[in-house]
Design a binder for this molecule. Structure first.
Ligand SMILES: Cc1cc2nc3c(=O)[nH]c(=O)nc-3n(C[C@H](O)[C@H](O)[C@H](O)COP(=O)(O)OP(=O)(O)OC[C@H]3O[C@@H](n4cnc5c(N)ncnc54)[C@H](O)[C@@H]3O)c2cc1C
Ligand code: FES
Length: 285
């Protein structure tokens, strides 16, 4: 069992967790992820880590509620325990001395770029991080990203904080201003596609961390299949980082929507169950 030591709401429907997982905390590297299962009947979901403290044996996660399992996890309390947590999974990000690196994080990606920023800096790179959200209240982990990077740029679509626009607008300014040697994006598929389209004419090495649907995380089930450079890859074992200029984003988007109808039903049933339990508890008082 993996105990939740700390839970904090950092944006609407988005929580930061500190989870006791000593084995994973000692071994996990920048760019890798874990797969967890809340209880015996639960589905497995992949999550990036945004920090680890090997001495205390804890890992940090950020979870956005998008469906049944992420919501169920975000409904858990400090002191509760997660049944299974497997990791580290996937390949670590290729850390080299590139020169100037730009890391872009949207949504939970803002947390996921933190270990990567730290590793790239430790390898002697100058790291510029760009984090963005639709509006100020949805922005997460700004201070931690800032501490992990040499520079930070913040964007909001509505201009309520930082630069008005999207992370790609900030990237376009940087590309016009200076030489960039390495780029990595983590976030929604349209964001990763836009970054890759933007950097292709410059010939800059651009990696994206693919969020394909995963089940076992070990290359056995095939659910995370993606096409990269015309070849079939499994995001869980061959990735999650891939060359952004080679990814078939249309296929990835379609595969992410494959189970939409079932996911919607499961989420609605869970919300109804949760509402019923809450009203039963109130009437018991
Ligand atoms: C390597 C990796 C790292 C990830 N890291 C994080 C993280 O740090 N924090 C976080 O909140 N989420 C992360 N995700 C996404 C997370 O796994 C999904 O949000 C989760 O599986 C959704 O499960 P659910 O039952 O709540 O929703 P479901 O009901 O299964 O799905 C709801 C909707 O979410 C979308 N979705 C489903 N599965 C995924 C998926 N694997 N990736 C993206 N969108 C999905 C689909 O559009 C779907 O319609 C990561 C995904 C991958 C592959
Ligand atoms: S998640 Fe099963 S093969 Fe990748």
């Amino acid at each position: 069992m993996f105990k939740i030591l700390k839970k904090e709401e950092i944006a609407p429907s988005t929580f930061f967790f500190e989870v006791e997982a000593p084995f994973v905390a000692r071994r996990i590297k920048a760019g890798q992820f874990i797969v967890l299962r809340i209880d015996e009947k639960g589905e497995r979901i992949p999550l990036s880590y945004c920090g680890a403290d090997p001495e205390r044996g804890v890992i940090n996660l950020i979870v956005q509620s998008v469906g049944k399992t992420s919501q169920k996890l975000n409904d858990m309390k400090e002191g509760d325990a997660i049944l299974d947590l497997v990791g580290p999974l996937g390949k670590e990000t290729e850390i080299e001395k590139y020169g100037t690196c730009v890391l872009l994080g949207g949504g939970f990606g803002a947390g996921a770029i933190i270990p990567i920023a730290k590793a790239l800096r430790a390898a002697g790179n100058h790291v510029v991080s760009i984090v963005g959200a639709r509006e100020k209240s949805l922005l997460v982990m700004e201070k931690d990203v800032e501490a992990a990077s040499d520079e930070i740029k913040v964007t909001t679509n509505d201009g309520s904080y930082g630069m008005k626009g999207m992370v790609t607008d900030a990237l376009s300014q940087i590309l016009a201003d200076r030489k960039v040697d390495f780029i990595l994006g983590i976030g929604p598929v349209p964001m990763m596609k836009a970054i890759s389209d933007m950097t292709k004419p410059y010939g800059i090495k651009t990696m994206v961390s693919l969020n394909s649907v995963m089940v076992d995380g070990t290359g056995m089930c095939g659910s995370c299949r993606v096409t990269v450079g015309g070849e079939t890859k499994f995001a869980c074992v061959d990735g999650p980082d891939f060359d952004g200029h080679q990814v078939d984003y249309d296929e990835l988007s379609k595969r992410l929507k494959m189970f939409e109808a079932y996911e919607k039903l499961a989420y609605e049933a869970y919300l109804e169950h949760r509402g019923r339990c809450a009203s039963e508890k109130r009437s018991d008082r």
